[in-house]
Design a protein. Sequence first.
Length: 505
Amino acid sequence: MAPPPLTSVADVHKAWLTAGANGDAATMRELWSRCLIHFQQVGHAKSDSPTQRQPRFCSWRGFHLRTIGSSALHTASWGGNLAIVELLLKSGQNPNAGDESGMTAMMVAILRLNLMTMRCVLRDGEAVRRNIVVDVKGGLLVTNLLLSRGATIDVEDKDGVSPLELSRKRSNVNALQLFLNHHQCVATPKRHNFAGAVLLKAVQYQAEEVIRFVVENEHTSVAVSNAQGETPMHLAIKQRDPSLMELLNGFDPAGDNLVAVTVKSDTPAHYAARFGSHREMEMLLLWFATTFGDLQELGPVNPLNAVNNKGMTSLYVAGATSFHHQGTHDLPQKMTILKNRNTKVQLLLDNGAKLFPPGFLVNALSPKYSSVASHLSLPVQVQHCLRAWVVENRSRADEPENEDAAHAGHVNDSAKAVAELCMNWIASAACVGSSATLLPIIIGAGYALDLVPLLIEFPLRRCALPVVLHQFETFARSQGAHALLLQLHTELLEACHALSENTRF
């Protein structure tokens, strides 16, 4: 039956809204064909304020958008009315048209799905199924139809949120299933590994439900990586999320992700050393032991001693990532960072971690790399360690609240140890020149710490290295058995002994 004659634009609009409210797609189709010119603009909507339009958002009481087609598409998508959505799309309505905030019809449908899912879960603490399943099904059908008619999942609203981001953030696995199915069938260069991208983003959002869904349904595996080569495990460590790490590790019984490397050859151990807390490090080491056995017994093949592209082991990274490089001048925060670092360092040391890979120090200290065979210069990596670790306690002594403690016995012992280390360094230096007289005066005046960065660059007499190492050990123990300094001393001493078998010091 044809609709009655319409004498004005207002009558057309009223009939359109009434048909939409009744779900009468046939009447809407007839109105569209008869009065097409009236459906391009809603004149009064231009002067409406957002406050005036808000009550009409996705309702058939009025037009909340400036065009009848887009307003109807949003409203029908919100209500899950598949017939009306299909009519509008066939009539040429753009599926990616956004409202004033940039929200598309697909985002509206996903928001509705999220709302219905929440209502299903939370109503009186019980899952109410009968009507909810119908509502959810309608929203899914609308979303699937929009996808098939060219709606993109990457259009962002004014807040930079796309339908894909919205689904991942809200853990809407129903919508994600449609996206995954669609892009599995419609391959594009941008979406050559869509499921992998979804998984990586889910880790970023710490959306465990999405992670389970994607992996358990075999859309992708936890071995996927991003452009930087970061696996989900790398990203979970950066998030400092032990529960997420445990979930991902459960999907990797062979432990392949434990030794996966980024494009810079960083392993998860490197990431835990740089980004993680002691909790992530402890959990990672437990899985290492379960997968590889006692790490200390592995010796040179201990996976903790793998190096990245810069030649750094995980222990070196942990030690080098101190509060001096984290941009904070707050003493309590510095001490918290330092405590976290020291705990990670001890965990690594307890599992056989080394500062340098096998053979590195032996090669670096070998006479063949010295311009003068009787002289040696410490490798720049060792110099970096000394700069950071010898002077890192200075910040506490410099703070005002520590002025009264500056004359305490342990502080004096530390200052004395630094002075003795510097004096021995000068005595062992190969070429100090005219500074030989001036430097001891500066040290005696209490500026030994200020000289450390300069002194460690001086070449040493090769025959004096054992004496320097002995004094270095004394200094390390005066710092409350500084674990990193003691480990550096141990590795330097081992290299010295290895060289002495073939080279006379």
